[in-house]
Design a protein around this ligand. Structure first.
Ligand code: GLN
Length: 272
């Protein structure tokens, strides 16, 4: 039996809810006899705690606050090493997705530090303010790999970002992005091994999008092109790094957590 330690970055935001749902997911994997791993879940606030982790969740909250506290507690560099140098499995929800993006739009003045790891540009607060939060039933095809039809996933969007552009992979920093105004880019890091390098250069997969963007633009009188017909991109994966715009930890529905733990388990086994 392998022991897998999953950390949840606990500097700010909805970290406790993630821990609860991760435990629930691990219990259901054990019950269904899908996983025989021994899972440990850990709130992470220090580099020493991060070091113990095989995988990490970056919760929703406020990305500016999370990066500020991370910088002050000397966590930014260890986090970049975790994601970009060692390429360990990492999942960011909402603010966490912003931190994992290589490029982010509309950052507050003074900027904010990104961790990076996903070759995407995100638009922060794409869906408006706190009062414009909403819940949408989502079809998530990646959850239906078993072939059995699944009920839609109740996705909660709170000042949620959207992936507005998939970027081509660069070995270093995203140069073109760094030249845009009002954009912040993540610093580059060298992957430690050939396997990590390969994982870094994997294509970004779009795992889910929210329909309705084309219709919304049409009602606003804006022109629609084929790209926009695909809807707003709200879940992506690039190798070991996974990001969702919404908050699966606020629903009590552990399906995405279970799916991700299975990905983590496979990855840990591959790395052994
Ligand atoms: N828009 C927020 C940010 O910039 C994220 C919101 C959230 O995590 N619910 O950090």
């Amino acid at each position: 039996m392998i022991k897998i330690t999953v950390g949840v970055l606990a500097l700010q935001g909805a970290f406790y809810e993630h821990v609860v749902l991760l435990k629930k997911a691990a219990a259901s994997l054990a019950l269904e006899q899908v996983s025989s791993s021994h899972w440990e879940f850990l709130e992470v606030r220090t580099p020493q705690e991060l070091e113990r982790c095989n995988a990490l969740v970056l919760p929703g909250g406020e990305s500016t606050a999370i990066s500020l506290v991370a910088a002050r507690s000397n966590m930014l560099e260890p986090l970049r090493d975790f994601v970009k140098v060692h390429r360990k499995p990492t999942w960011g929800t909402c603010a966490g997705l912003i931190l994992l993006a290589e490029s982010a739009n509309r950052t507050k003045k003074g900027g904010q530090d990104l961790i990076g790891g996903l070759d995407v540009r995100v638009n922060r607060n794409h869906f408006g303010r706190q009062t414009e939060s909403f819940q949408a039933p989502l079809e998530l095809p990646f959850l239906t790999s078993s072939g059995e039809p699944q009920p839609p996933f109740p996705a909660v969007f709170i000042r949620a970002p959207v992936v507005e552009k998939i970027l081509p992979h660069h070995e270093g920093v995203q140069v073109d992005e760094s030249q845009r105004g009002e954009t912040v880019v993540a610093p580059s890091r060298q992957a430690e091994s050939e396997a990590a390098r390969k994982a870094m250069s994997r294509d970004v997969e779009v795992l889910a999008s929210l329909p309705g963007r084309a219709a919304r633009l049409a009602t606003e009188g804006k022109s629609i092109d084929a790209d926009e017909e695909t809807g707003d991109i709200i879940a992506v994966r690039q190798g070991n790094v996974f990001g969702t715009s919404f908050h699966p930890e606020l629903t009590g529905d552990e399906r995405i957590h279970s799916w991700w733990l299975r990905q983590v388990e496979e990855s840990v086994k591959r790395m052994q």
